[in-house]
Design a protein around this ligand. Structure first.
Ligand code: GLN
Length: 500
């Protein structure tokens, strides 16, 4: 139930509080993330930025993949904690405090501090990110047409944070070293925390509600898991999956085994939730959400080459000279955010106008379209790689074009998906479903890591071309099954209008 809110520029005031909190949180996240692989691959003797960890790029991309995956997978427990114990509003507060600590610890140069800091950031993002997103949905009543636009505005906040961070942090690191960069991320998060605390009064009761309070014991995840072992059939399936995971752990690589265990645990939980839902409408909608999450994994699996492989490509293979000035690699990470800020409202308005005319495309269509557009973006990276093979260096214009297409694709899928989830998820699992969505983006990040790492074996050209072919075909296939999927939403997106 949405609380009545004071308004500013046609949206509830609470939106702007969440906007700035998320802006600072993303400042710290993307600022630190932009440094991560570069810090890990810098020699231990260091350069003017100070000592790095001296890892190979393969090792660095592997840790980067795990980290960016876990940051988002942590959204599942984060969502559960909100649904069952704290409510969204307090979970965000706790997450913000933990993030301040995490980024603070990274200022220290010791190895333990590096891992502890990353661990705390994972916990903090897990508590903050899914829950602040669900709170945005909570600002609007069911069927309010402004909800999608609200998410687009919120998405601008995300990217404003990322833009500022990636513009500033490279310069800070160049002058004062890696750990000053990490410190800057910490300071940003303190601003985020202060803004959120100050903004409490504007949020009214949004995010206070705890739909599955632990003492009322409506839904116990423990019981849901316990049910898994209640029939011989289920027991056998779980046993097979576990054995497969352990086998994978020893034969392939412990990483794959662990990934498999994660997937088994998440899938099992989702099956149980599906069974727990009491109406067919909710069950169908739940299914549509899960199917749409496959698109999410694939999208981020390609898109998230940005901070990893494309970041390294920019550093080593790209001519970054602009009128005699060498543009720092980290600054290329700003392009995505800059393009979002330029195009987010434009794209949202186009859709809103079409909606008023009754001609708007469904969220599912937009998501599939997003994958195709983003996939096309990699064509420019193919050109870059060809140029590099010919001349030993490639023009940065390819990167700019690739990031432009990636961004337009992102705008079709990412804010759309956030809004879509708040329309389709059953109330009692609202935060959890947001958590599962972010976990899907996390798996995408991991996929991106695996794909990126394999470039050291197959070469960039093969990887970039492979991504183009795969994503475009996948997007087209999804468009082909759109009709039955839309039927399963049971009209969640029809008859939306302005509701105050
Ligand atoms: N760039 C977006 C953000 O930071 C999307 C991240 C994601 O969904 N994994 O919120």
């Amino acid at each position: 139930k949405a609380a009545h809110q004071k308004e500013l520029f046609g949206h509830p005031v609470g939106l702007y509080i969440l906007f700035f909190t998320e802006m600072w949180e993303r400042f710290s996240y993307y600022g630190m993330r932009a440094l991560l692989v570069l810090y890990m691959t810098t020699e231990t003797i260091g350069d003017e930025r100070g000592a790095g960890l001296g890892w190979t790029s393969k090792e660095a991309l592997a840790l980067y993949g795990w980290y960016t995956m876990l940051v988002y997978v942590a959204s599942i427990p984060g969502g559960m904690i909100a649904d069952k114990i704290l409510g969204q509003k307090k979970s965000v507060l706790l997450g913000a405090i933990i993030l301040c600590l995490g980024h603070g610890v990274l200022v220290l140069t010791d190895t333990w501090a590096f891992y502890t800091g990353l661990g705390l950031v994972i916990l903090g993002v897990g508590l903050l990110k899914p829950n602040i997103s669900t709170m945005v949905g909570g600002l609007y009543k069911e069927g309010d047409i402004r909800r999608d636009k609200g998410f687009s505005i919120f998405y601008i906040g995300i990217n404003l944070g990322s833009l500022l961070a990636t513009m500033i942090i490279g310069v800070v690191v160049a002058n004062w070293g890696w750990h000053a960069g990490f410190g800057l991320a910490g300071i940003a998060m303190v601003f985020g925390l202060l803004n959120y605390v100050y903004g409490q009064k504007f949020l009214k009761e949004v995010g206070n509600y705890v739909p599955n309070k632990i003492d009322e014991n409506e839904v116990s995840y423990g019981k849901l898991y316990a049910k898994l072992f209640s029939s011989p059939k289920q027991l056998v399936i779980v046993a097979i999956l576990l054995i497969a995971s352990i086998y994978g752990w020893y034969t392939l690589d412990w990483g794959f085994g662990l990934l498999f265990i994660f997937l088994t645990a998440i899938t099992a939980l989702l099956v149980m939730i599906y069974k727990d839902l009491d109406s067919q409408v909710f069950k169908d909608r739940f299914l549509v959400l899960l199917l749409s999450f496959i698109m999410v994994i694939i999208f981020w699996g390609a898109f998230e080459q940005a901070g990893g492989l494309m970041n390294l490509y920019t550093e080593t293979n790209t001519d970054r000279n602009l009128f005699g000035w060498e543009i720092p690699t980290v600054m290329f990470q700003s392009l995505n955010a800059g393009f979002i800020i330029l195009f987010a409202t434009l794209i949202a308005s186009i859709w809103a106008k079409r909606k008023l005319k009754g001609k708007e495309a469904s969220s599912l269509f937009k998501m599939a379209l997003g994958i195709i557009i983003m996939g096309f973006g990699f064509l420019f990276m193919v050109f870059a790689a060809i140029e590099f093979e010919k001349s030993g260096s490639s023009s940065m214009i390819w990167l700019v074009l690739a990031y432009l297409f990636h961004t337009i694709g992102e705008l079709c899928i990412s804010p759309v998906a956030l809004s879509f989830i708040t329309k389709l998820a059953p109330v009692k699992y609202a935060s959890l479903m947001m958590g599962v969505y972010f976990a899907a983006t996390g798996l995408g990040n991991k996929v991106a890591g695996i794909v990126g790492e394999s470039a050291s074996e197959y070469g960039e050209l093969t990887i970039f071309s492979g991504i183009v072919i795969f994503t475009v075909i996948f997007g087209l296939l999804f468009i082909m099954i759109l009709k039955p999927l839309k039927r399963l939403t049971h009209g969640a997106e029809e008859k939306e209008r302005v509701l105050k």
